[in-house]
Ligand binder design. Structure first.
Ligand SMILES: Cc1ncc(COP(=O)(O)O)c(C=O)c1O
Length: 1003
């Protein structure tokens, strides 16, 4: 029976003397109202007529206990009625007596509505739940010992309902019930106390800090019970990790947080995995029973689905791996016998000849195959097995007395097959960290057993970048169990063994295989030691996810420990903290770093940048790596020429001519002379000199928020700098025109081009009025730092006309937008039907190599050549020229301009669709692969913090984006031109995810 809001308000007034509006809230048992009083809010709880007073008293007692035991815990506090009672009574319309309670209101949001649920928030959840458990220690109450179906300890009743399920679901329920039965004795001995035991999405209050939320309080003590303490954490995990792609990964911070407030014991952690499952088993059985009672209730089905989804996933998680992960979260060694193994192994001092008796070598020569290592070269070299093997053999001839080996815990970028990837809680992630040692030894080398053992696996692990012939042996030495693994062996030799075979120390196991039989690698032995087989039967990971490294490193200890004199391992994955510290101490302070937690990027590959741990980031920002990071053809052009000659342009050389020819072929014939330089700044600096030389004037007109480079001359025409932090305004000879921003500028809309062009005319007139003339007008074809501002129609045409009429030059800075990026045209100015006098080319033309150019008309070039030599030590050298030529050829041959058009159009159209869904997207604009997303509210106020948040969150999800614009509220998209539709989809998916997050909503 319902009770109206008015009635709720009346009850609050009658019983408690509180005047306020009542708003009814959802509740499973009680009718709940939020009473909004003049200064405070309250929670009014009206119990059903049959409610047991003893239970209500129990709940009130807990709340009072918590409030008194830890003043820092925020929890609802029971308030007395006007008579001083904590439980009052009222009569409903049907004449039933109902018990009423009033509690303080906890401000915040319910967990169920919070997005995203970050690891930090999960940690804070564990921490709060643990604090509550700590506060409840010593609390006793007769009602705490009631029989209760939701209590994990009492979950055995679910057995009786297994008949409601079939197939996989039945298998899962029986599996977990069997596991639960099996550990009852140990379970019974665990610590018990009263615990909350229902920390679910609707009982957790999160604070209102949207970008960095924390759990404030846990409410609703209706399920509190005296039980094994660990059941409380099991329940918390069961609800908190629902819907997560990697539930074990999400459970880790919860356990860590809980342990930080309420230290857990090893024996509790051992059972936690099954207890989490048992909470879910209770939940799905309850749902099935309810569904039987109400078959038409669709809601019951919906609410059951996430619990089943989690149970299905949880069943696939290795129980041992979960146990080790929980131990790690609590600061114990992940594997319980890690230390014992290390102590034992440290005393072994085997010789490498025990493993390879046919090779009489005792020490290794370390091989650096880490992400930053140069041995593997670029992507193409790394995948060229013949070349790889050739390099190994050559290295071997240089170190004939050693075995080339290494790789334990080395993060590598070699694992290119999809078998190494998964979708984790932060998007796609890849296994990169090597868990064994690789011995790079010749095909046919026999491999021998180091210890007595039993074969547990002898298979052909087929597939690209798999093990090929694989053997795993189980050993027991001095009471310790462990396994050794031998990968990439010949199938024939592995075929001689079968599971269960006893192996004697020193016995030959197998021989080294060649590719492709060995999984497509240069020949080597992958040798790994494991303390557990987890759930694996015919395989075992040889490479781990970087995020799980500290768990896997404990399960797979360093095999080097077994040997004496193996020599040094390569120290890979150097801590970025050291890199930051040195940089801070010795590099100029005005160098900035992206992101609060800076990235250490050590490798590039196409549209991706890769960090020191092998994490791949999709790069949507880098228009310097124009044809893709470390494009093999460009790299080789530079490498090859560098090996032959690099000198200045005072000698004849064909490379500079060839580069000039390639470059000029992309221009209209009026632009026919090129000067080679080394950076965009240097190019603009030269353009300034050219303009002054050919006009005899000094006055420059430039764009508001424009940026043209870092030299004194360039800064003097860069409003982005002199009007920004540390700047002191425009110099005397610089005249700034307003940013022609159709969206938020001083004139808006499609027709605003002539209005903005009028400011250029005004500036020309102003200069003339001073008795001077304009030297030049500097402008980009899309204003980049200004926030990807597309120039409105007619602007450039009219501005050029005004400047030229007064004798000034028109200079197009194409440093950001040139070289095909616009899609429709090769150069940005071509979109506007104008031909500049000078074009500035920078970033993309060298694909990362310091190369830039100034292209101009014959007239300008001749005027500049007034007798003073233009000498540039590096500009146009044979190496730079070879690189520039290769870049232009790759753009043409790989159809990258067309790709910029097609992918850019697709991306822009999809972003425009997104704009309809998310009001914070004020505008989507740009051309080709040079796009901008401007974030504003409905009144077009810039949403700068949201843009910063978005960039940070995109990085969390493995996508690099950055912000720009006068207000820093524009997301700029200008990726390497190999950015494909597949990459665009990855970007769109991640953007969609973040735009849904709480902080991105307009209030
Ligand atoms: C439009 C524009 N011009 C010139 C430059 C200066 O180029 P560089 O950094 O190569 O000196 C930049 C650099 O960001 C730029 O964006």
């Amino acid at each position: 029976m319902k009770i109206s809001n008015d009635r709720g308000a009346a009850i609050a007034f009658q019983l408690y003397g509180i005047e306020g509006k009542a708003v009814s809230l959802p509740g499973e048992v009680d009718l709940n109202f939020r009473i909004e009083g003049a200064s405070e809010s309250y929670l009014l709880k009206i119990s059903p007529p049959e409610a047991d007073t003893a239970i209500l008293e129990f709940q009130q007692a807990i709340l009072q206990h918590v409030a008194h035991s830890d003043p820092d815990i925020i929890s609802p506090v029971p308030l007395p009625d006007l008579q001083g009672s904590f439980i009052s009574e009222t009569r409903d319309d049907a004449g039933n007596i109902r018990q009423v309670r009033l509690l303080t209101w906890i401000k915040g949001r319910l967990w169920a509505g919070v997005n995203p649920v970050s690891d930090k928030l999960l940690h804070s959840l564990g921490q709060e739940a643990g604090r509550l458990t700590l506060a409840l220690q010593g609390f006793e109450h007769p009602q705490a010992n009631r029989s209760y179906e939701w209590d994990v300890a009492q979950a055995k009743w679910t057995r009786e309902y297994e008949h409601l399920f079939s197939g996989e679901k039945l298998e899962i329920l029986s599996y977990f019930n069997d596991q639960f039965d099996r550990f009852q004795e140990a379970y019974a001995a665990l610590r018990k106390s009263v615990v909350h035991s229902d920390v679910n999405d609707y009982n957790i209050v999160v604070n209102d800090d949207l970008p960095d939320p924390k759990v404030r309080a846990v409410i609703d003590y209706g399920d509190a019970i005296h039980t094994q303490i660990i059941n409380d954490l099991a329940t918390t995990i069961a609800y908190a990790v629902m819907g997560k792609p990697d539930p074990l990964g999400a459970a880790h911070p919860v356990v860590e947080g809980y342990h930080s407030s309420f230290p857990l014991l090893e024996e509790e952690l051992e059972l936690l995995y099954v207890l989490v499952a048992m909470k879910l088993v209770i939940s799905v059985c309850k749902s099935a029973i309810n569904r039987q009672k109400e078959p038409d209730n669709a809601y019951l089905l919906i609410s059951e689905a996430p619990a089943w989804e989690l149970l299905l996933k949880w069943r696939k998680v290795s129980r041992d791996l979960a146990h080790y992960s929980f131990r790690h979260a609590c600061g114990f060694s992940a594997h319980p016998s890690e230390q014992a193994f290390k102590d034992w192994a440290g005393n072994q001092s085997l010789s490498l000849t025990s493993l390879f008796p046919s090779i009489a070598k005792e020490t290794i020569h370390p091989l650096d195959l880490s992400v930053s290592g140069t041995f593997t070269g670029d992507r193409e070299v790394a995948n060229d097995l013949e070349l790889f093997q050739f390099q190994i053999e050559r290295l071997q001839s240089e170190v004939p007395d050693r075995i080339i080996a290494g790789g334990y815990l080395e993060p590598r970028a070699l694992y290119t097959s999809e078998a190494y990837d998964r979708v984790g809680n932060k998007g796609k992630e890849s296994r990169t960290v090597h868990l064994g040692i690789d011995f790079w030894i010749p095909v046919g080398t026999p491999v021998h057993a180091l210890f007595d053992g039993k074969v547990v696996c002898a298979v052909n692990d087929k597939g690209d970048k798999e093990y090929g012939g694989l053997i795993i042996l189980k050993h027991r030495e001095d009471g310790l169990n462990f396994y050794t693994l031998y990968g990439h062996q010949s199938i024939e030799s592995v075929g001689q063994l079968k599971s269960g075979d006893q192996i004697k120390k020193g016995q030959q196991l197998s021989i080294i295989a060649n590719y492709p039989e060995n999984g497509n690698w240069a020949p080597h032995l992958h040798f790994e030691v494991m303390l557990s087989l987890l759930n694996y039967a015919n395989d075992f990971p040889g490479v781990a996810y970087p995020g799980e490294l500290s768990i896997w490193e404990s399960i797979c200890p360093d095999p080097n420990l077994l040997f004496r004199h193996v020599g040094p391992e390569v120290q890979a994955g150097e801590d970025p903290a050291e890199t930051i510290a040195y940089r801070k101490a010795h590099l100029g302070k005005s160098l900035s770093l992206s992101y609060e937690e800076p990235l250490k990027i050590v490798r590039g590959d196409g549209a991706y940048l890769i960090d020191h741990m092998g994490r791949r980031f999709l790069d949507t920002v880098n228009n310097v790596a124009h044809v893709g990071h470390e494009h093999p053809r460009v790299v080789r052009a530079g490498q090859q020429q560098m090996a032959v000659l690099n000198t200045n342009t005072r000698y004849l050389h064909d490379n500079i001519n060839e580069f000039a020819r390639e470059l000029l072929s992309t221009f209209p014939e009026e632009l026919s002379v090129v000067h080679m330089v080394n950076s965009g700044s240097e190019a603009n600096e030269l353009a300034l000199r050219m303009a002054q030389a050919s006009t005899g004037q000094k006055d420059m007109i430039a764009m508001e928020v424009g940026y043209h480079g870092n030299t004194t001359g360039c800064v003097s025409i860069s409003s982005y700098k002199f009007d920004g932090k540390g700047g002191s305004g425009a110099p005397e000879h610089t005249h700034i025109v307003p940013l022609p921003d159709r969206f938020r500028g001083i004139h808006r809309g499609e027709e605003s081009g002539p209005l903005y062009a009028a400011y250029v005319k005004q500036k020309v007139e102003h200069i003339l009025a001073l008795g001077r003339k304009p030297a030049a007008f500097f402008c980009e074809s899309i204003i980049s730092c200004g926030g990807q501002i597309e120039l409105p129609d007619k602007f450039l045409e009219m501005a050029y006309a005004s400047v030229r009429k007064a004798g000034g030059l028109c200079i197009s800075d194409e440093v950001q937008v040139g070289c095909g990026r616009m899609g429709e045209q090769f150069w940005g100015f071509q979109l506007h039907g104008v031909i500049p006098d000078i074009v500035i080319i920078g970033k993309p033309i060298g694909n990362g190599h310091p190369l830039a150019a100034v292209v101009c008309t014959r007239k300008v070039a001749d005027a500049f050549a007034n007798g003073m030599e233009y000498f540039n030590t590096f500009g146009g050298n044979p190496v730079s020229s070879a690189i520039g030529t290769a870049v232009l050829q790759v753009i043409r041959e790989e159809g990258l301009q067309k790709n910029a058009l097609e992918t850019g159009n697709y991306l822009k159209a999809e972003l425009k669709k997104m704009q309809k869904e998310f009001p914070v997207i004020g505008e989507v604009r740009g051309q080709g692969l040079f796009l901008g997303i401007e974030l504003t509210d409905q009144e077009l106020n810039p949403q700068t913090e949201k843009a910063t948040y978005l960039a940070r969150r995109m990085k969390d999800l493995g996508i690099l984006m950055s912000t720009d614009g006068r207000d820093g509220n524009v997301m700029k998209i200008k990726p390497p031109m190999v950015f494909s539709k597949m990459h665009a989809d990855l970007l769109l998916e991640a953007l969609h995810r973040v735009f849904h997050e709480d902080y991105m909503q307009l209030l």
